[in-house]
Design a protein around this ligand. Sequence first.
Ligand code: ZN
Length: 443
Amino acid sequence: MLDVNQEWEEIGDYMHDIMKKLFPICRSITGDGIRQTLKIIKDNIPIEIIEVPTGTKVFDWTVPKEWNINDAFVKNSKGKKIIDFKKSNLHVVSYSISIKKKLPLEELKKHLFSLPKYPGWIPYLTSYYNENWGFCLTHNQFDKLEEDIYEVLIDSTLKEGHLTYGEFYLRGETEKEILFSCYICHPSLCNDNLSGPVLLTALANNLIRIKKNTRLKYSYRFLFIPETIGAINWLYHNENNVKNIISGLISTCVGDSGNTTYKKTREGNTITDIVIEKVLIDSGEPFKIIEFFPSGSDERQFCSPGFNLSIGSLMRTVYGHFPEYHTSADNLDFVKPRFLANSLKKYMKYIYILENNKTYINLNPKCEPQLGRRGLYRMIGGQKGEEIDELAIFWVLNLSDGKNSLLDISIRSKMSFELIKKTADALIKKKLLQEIFTNKEYI
Ligand code: ZN
């Protein structure tokens, strides 16, 4: 049913083009940067935009004041801007309070941050819950600073407002749902951050298109939220609905050249873990599976013990494990359309398995049916390995006793899920298999 062989190159360019539009925006956990970001996403998929007022209590947290920024710079005594927010929004520590003053180099240095190890890169820093101010700059810039009286301006506001996030829900035949979540709170940073939202935008778009032509068994929910506080907010306001979530993924760092990495769910053996492992094996590409750990992105909230959802994270290189992470080098060149497309393909395969994983019974269980008489012998698919296809028939017929799903059969036979599914389809046509409904449908 789901078409997984699309024009991947075009899709990679589509994602990278959205990323180019999102890149210049100065985002933080609240503020107009998030609204502009969601508006661009809304040009592509019909998300709902939700505003939660400052001061709202959400579990142990409180929605913070809203932060916005117009301009920021550091000028030397000759009036020359030596750090300019308009050149890169990474130059200002996110959530910096408003400031306008003159100060000597020694005092200014207390508010400057650079990376001696990577002297050409600007670091990314935040001060969300501690009112402070600061500038980030390259170490090359830092080294050039001379004794002088500097003029510092940060024209920002931190006041009562809202926390903003986006949500898109696509109803399938059942209320059981698959959750995809990403964060939209980093400024001009591509792999660790924008790759997640652009991948989920393309994924949602694909599902909308697919739903026009065919049925979707599950419902799908997509969250575009500020990290941590956004996830806590969403869980607080949707506590009664999370029971419908059977599986899900946090999408982050999906556009770099590294191999795919899967971070398991907290339980480590849920449907999400089993399906993703199969997706990765079937891809034929190198991959890594790592155990859950309680730091990282929003899996920290979704997999907190009070929720313990079956949510993992499908990435390429893990956040914090590439030198460009949280620096100006994590830019539009670091993320390539083909890696975004490759990641999207794996997300689509995950959905393909979930949607097509059914359980059948063999209608001719006493000894093997005579395949030649039914035109099945060496007939499936017309691919190269004819014996393999014949073997796939034997596997599907033998294990279809009502206890094994197609996913179980594909794992046990070490054959791709797609081949096992196509084989089952051929056997159904010949009236050798019948679907049965079991609680094991997605387990
Ligand atoms: Zn980050």
